[in-house]
Design a protein around this ligand. Structure first.
Ligand code: TXA
Ligand code: MG
Length: 311
């Protein structure tokens, strides 16, 4: 059920979280499916509702940056620097866990992902709740993330106790994930905070590409995928030729997604556009992606994963 955020609905949400329920919450990136991060049963319910394999850990959301020390055994200096620069905001840091979150949250890892979201409704909720919430994106595993309350309702209605409507998400793609604690900070998922910005603030090298064994679902090949087939083509003429070819091959209905839009606009609209393609029952969508500047790199990354072969 969707509720407008008021003092009353936020109090209801706090109650639900305290009783081990699930609340869909707005953030500046995408909507999250939140549960008390210390409640094992509640956290298990997140995995069940999302159909998410247990090995994929959840991001823990904090209401205040000073709460870092509550969940982390040893806060790296880099983390404090990044918090000052980017929190509240679309940056998740992977850090040593002190074991106080439910083990399901970290999937048995020794690390925990922490972020402070930049949305007044969810910050109010976290403040009133007092604890931290584990919150993956509020969609089924592998599918397109929700950027409005209506998206959440379409995907999860009935499986979530309350949806707080905080309006459309300002950024529209998931947070940047950076792994700290190794010799060189490493980006595990691209987002609105860029590798260059992180390197600039830290004054040292940052690995801008995820490498090594996959340890974030953003590192899976196929993810963020609508029902229709997605084809990414760099050049507009080539894209139009492919549209014609797909029609001829019987892979229609087909449409071309090639908006006049900045990287920020692309990020804001991307998941809505992919959802719309499914609502229109397209079989194929041919996309000319934005340039890789700023959040454009994250948009390109999500499109590549939406276009990847599915198992
Ligand atoms: O913007 C966001 O980050 C949104 C909003 C709701 O905050 N949340 C989000 O959650 O995108 P989710 O579950 O869809 O993606 C979380 C990612 C996963 O790829 C997971 O593997 C990674 O974070 N992650 C969480 N904890 C981790 C850990 N300890 N080590 C490595 N990766 C971790
Ligand atoms: Mg997700």
């Amino acid at each position: 059920m969707i509720r407008r955020p008021t003092a009353e609905s936020i109090a209801v949400a706090v109650d639900i979280l305290g009783n081990g329920g699930l609340v869909a919450v707005p953030t500046e990136t995408v909507y999250g499916l939140a549960a008390d991060a210390t409640n094992r049963e509640a956290v298990r319910r997140i995995f069940a509702v999302k159909d998410r394999p247990m090995g994929h850990p959840l991001i823990v959301h904090l209401g205040r940056s000073a709460q870092l020390d509550r969940w982390c055994s040893d806060v790296p200096d880099d983390a404090r620097t990044l918090v000052d620069a980017f929190w509240p905001g679309p940056l998740t840091m992977i850090m040593p866990s002190n074991g106080k979150v439910a083990p399901e949250v970290t999937g048995g890892r020794t690390t925990v992902g922490l972020r402070m979201p930049d949305h007044p409704v969810t910050l109010d909720l976290l403040d009133a709740f007092g604890g931290a919430v584990a919150a993956p994106s509020a969609n089924r595993f592998g599918k397109v993330s929700p950027t409005t309350a209506a998206h959440v309702e379409r995907d999860l209605d009935g499986d979530v106790d309350l949806i707080l409507d905080g309006g459309p998400c300002r950024i529209g793609v998931e947070s940047t994930i950076v792994e700290l604690g190794g010799p060189i900070p490493q980006i595990l998922r691209l987002g609105a905070v860029t590798a260059e910005q992180i390197a600039g603030v830290l004054g040292r090298e940052v690995l801008a590409e995820p490498v090594g064994p996959a340890r974030a679902s953003g590192m899976l090949d196929s993810h963020y995928a609508p029902a229709c087939a997605v084809h990414v083509v760099e050049d507009r003429d080539e894209a139009m030729a492919l549209v014609a070819q797909l029609w001829n091959r019987g892979e229609g209905p087909v449409d071309l997604l090639d908006p006049e839009a900045t990287g920020d606009e692309w990020a804001h609209e991307l998941y809505g556009w992919l959802r719309e393609a499914d609502e229109r029952r397209l079989r194929s969508l041919v996309v000319v992606p934005p340039s890789a500047d700023g959040v454009g790199a994250a948009v390109r990354d999500r499109l590549a994963k939406a276009a990847a072969p599915r198992s």
